[in-house]
Design a protein around this ligand. Structure first.
Ligand code: PLP
Length: 379
């Protein structure tokens, strides 16, 4: 039986088990405890300061972020269209409406010029969004400065979805730390994982205190259980925070391993006709969380989907680049500004196996399989 090569799998450091053991030894088997506080502090050190709330998921963190900036029923929220649906679902939880913004071809993230034009036009007609959610996709930061500038000019809070970009840089700093609130994810396929989990960060300690309050059922300070607001049960467990502490120690190794995967793919496949790699924008460093290519069917011989199916036959898991949210049936009635760049990236884009625990033999198998498809289709 040929082993199936997966897209991105958990990669433990071995340190996690010590923190889990500590939680068991001290009986902190709860969504409170010393690992949680330590994980938050250590996380802030890694991203360069601020305050953090450890949560049960990145999606929960986004939901709280929208609550904290006051997104309410009927509001509009501008949001990157090329992303995972978790970015936009919390907009709907708040009974607000997403307006999707296309990508640029440089970073594959939200086009800063398109956003600026749209916000300036919306200011003229008196219809500004309540917030902007900016996604940093596949380990690469969006071009944050111009986006932050236009948001600040119109006092629109910027929320950064850095779920896929922990370990990346933008002009030397961590994406996720520029806007009013940033969020990260520790889902099983992310660059580091707690099996499931997320983090909300902000430079404003009051916002983070409020996030923790909302994440624990919004309990008023009283000995009896008293509530003046509706909250959630969104805290991370002390055991999983222990996993996070062990993972955080090896973040830089994980970034290096994923960048190395990319380098090997690019070296071996970069000259194949019709294959292009996701560019790295000059303003920062991507983690290459996933190595993404685009396939030009005319030059390569087959289209992306045929390549994906052929690789699947060879027990290699790949995934199309995210289907843009404005093409999702559930968002059929939502406005999208532009959209063709994201659509093309979806049509032609493919994410290759990219785990930091891939062996060189695995990479070679993927590389040879892609070369075989290419040779076969052109001979
Ligand atoms: C994974 C992911 C999320 C959601 O994080 P969860 O921890 O799975 O809830 C949000 N946005 C993006 C872009 C993601 O990739």
């Amino acid at each position: 039986m040929t082993k199936r090569i997966l897209l991105s799998t958990p990669h433990m450091s071995g340190e996690e088990i010590k923190f889990i053991q500590e939680a068991f030894d001290t009986n902190w088997i709860a969504p409170v405890g010393p690992n949680i506080e330590a994980f938050e502090e250590e996380f802030c050190q890694v991203i360069g300061g601020g305050y953090a709330a450890a949560l049960s998921a990145g999606t929960a963190a986004l939901h709280l972020a929208l609550r904290l900036v006051g997104v309410s029923p009927g509001d509009e929220v501008f949001c990157s269209t090329l992303t995972f649906i978790a970015t936009a679902n919390p907009i709907v939880y708040q009974k607000a409406k997403p307006v999707f913004i296309d990508s640029d071809g440089i970073s594959w993230n939200m086009d800063p010029n398109l956003l600026a034009e749209t916000i300036e036009y919306r200011a003229k007609i008196g219809k500004l969004p309540k917030a902007v959610i900016l996604v940093h996709l596949y380990g690469q930061s969006a071009d944050i400065d111009p986006i932050l500038k236009v948001c600040n000019n119109y006092s629109i809070p910027l929320i950064e979805d850095a779920a896929e970009a922990l370990g990346a840089t933008y002009k030397g700093k961590a994406p996720g730390t520029f806007g009013k609130i940033g969020i990260y994810s520790f889902n099983g396929n992310k660059i580091i994982t707690t099996s499931g989990g997320g983090m909300l960060v902000s430079k404003d300690p009051q916002l983070v205190t409020k996030a923790k309050f909302l994440a624990t059922q919004a309990r008023d300070p009283a000995p009896h259980y008293q509530h003046s607001e509706i909250g959630y049960n969104y805290r991370l467990s002390n055991i999983l925070a222990g996993v996070g502490r062990g993972q955080l120690k090896v973040l830089q190794d994980r970034v290096a391993a994923r960048r190395k995967n990319f380098e090997i793919y690019q070296q071996e496949l970069g000259n194949l006709p019709g294959i292009q790699f996701m560019p790295e924008a000059s303003y920062g460093k991507t983690t290459r969380w996933l190595t993404c290519i685009t396939v030009d069917p005319k030059k390569f011989g087959v289209d992306r989907e045929t390549l994906r199916l052929k690789l699947n036959e060879k027990h290699i898991e790949t995934r199309p680049v995210w289907k843009p949210l404005h093409l999702q049936p559930v968002f059929a009635d939502c406005e999208c500004i532009g959209g063709t760049i994201a659509e093309d990236l979806f049509t032609n884009g493919l994410c290759l196996p990219s785990g930091s625990n891939l062996k060189i033999e695995d990479l070679k198998r993927v590389i040879n399989a892609i070369i075989q498809v290419s040779n076969y289709t052109r001979s």
